[in-house]
Design a protein around this ligand. Sequence first.
Ligand SMILES: O=C(O)CCC(=O)C(=O)O
Length: 287
Amino acid sequence: MMNSPALSRLPQEWQHWINENLARRCEPHTMAAVMVRDGHFDAMLARTAIEEARRASFPREAAAPARQAQPLPTIDTSVNVVRALDRDVEIVLSLRSPRVVVVANLLSDEECDELIAYSAGRLERSPVVADSDGKTQVHAHRTSRGAMLQRAESALVARIEARLEALTGWPAERGEGLQVLRYEKGNEYRPHFDWFDPSTPGPRKHLERGGQRVGTIVMYLSDVEQGGGTSFPKAGLQVQPKKGGAVFFNNTDEYGEPDQMSLHAGEPVEKGVKVVATKWMRQRAYV
Ligand SMILES: O=C(O)CCC(=O)C(=O)O
């Protein structure tokens, strides 16, 4: 095909696959996600090749304005150590789909202990968002206790947020305040998504303020003797808590479409106590 530099770089079978799926009217961004997941292609190459094929096969449609891919919070995994503001953060593991990055040395032991002590007096049973009206409610699926902190409400909180901004390239104001969660023996957060379902009335209301939750970082403030991992059941991945480390993941693709692969859970704590601080990152300023 002429003028299709990206498409022509793909093996023949993937070129056919793209053309067949475009003919079946599959969504280009879903196709790109499959190519990254199953073909291990670079996301940009996949998107460009699909767009080239779309322009060749459907020139009239292609001339219409297409949905724009938007940047996502991300951690640079082309290096093994990322300088994040004032700290060298180590990349431990990265996964393409869902997009997950595990890091170590994000917080010092002193910062973890200080954040636990700071929020200890404010813990209440953690809620979930109701499908019907969007109000928060206590549910058997989530049995931790937690405290919602305001952005930059203390020097420590502001420093951690500034570090996360440097690490993920995502402005602190495009995110909710830190949420400190404490899980004791048997406490868990069963498999769930962090994105709000736009087709369900309750969750949809939460999109009005700041848009979709495009990224999550769960920072481990304690070591846990047994259990308490953060698992991604669709990917068969489980991350064990390690004090000062964190797991980061994207909840949507570049079009803000919910990523079904981002299903995750806080596994039951079997021995010890697990304390985490979670930051949910939004598409726009959360004000
Ligand atoms: O506690 C965990 O490991 C996961 C927390 C979580 O799923 C969340 O905050 O959305």
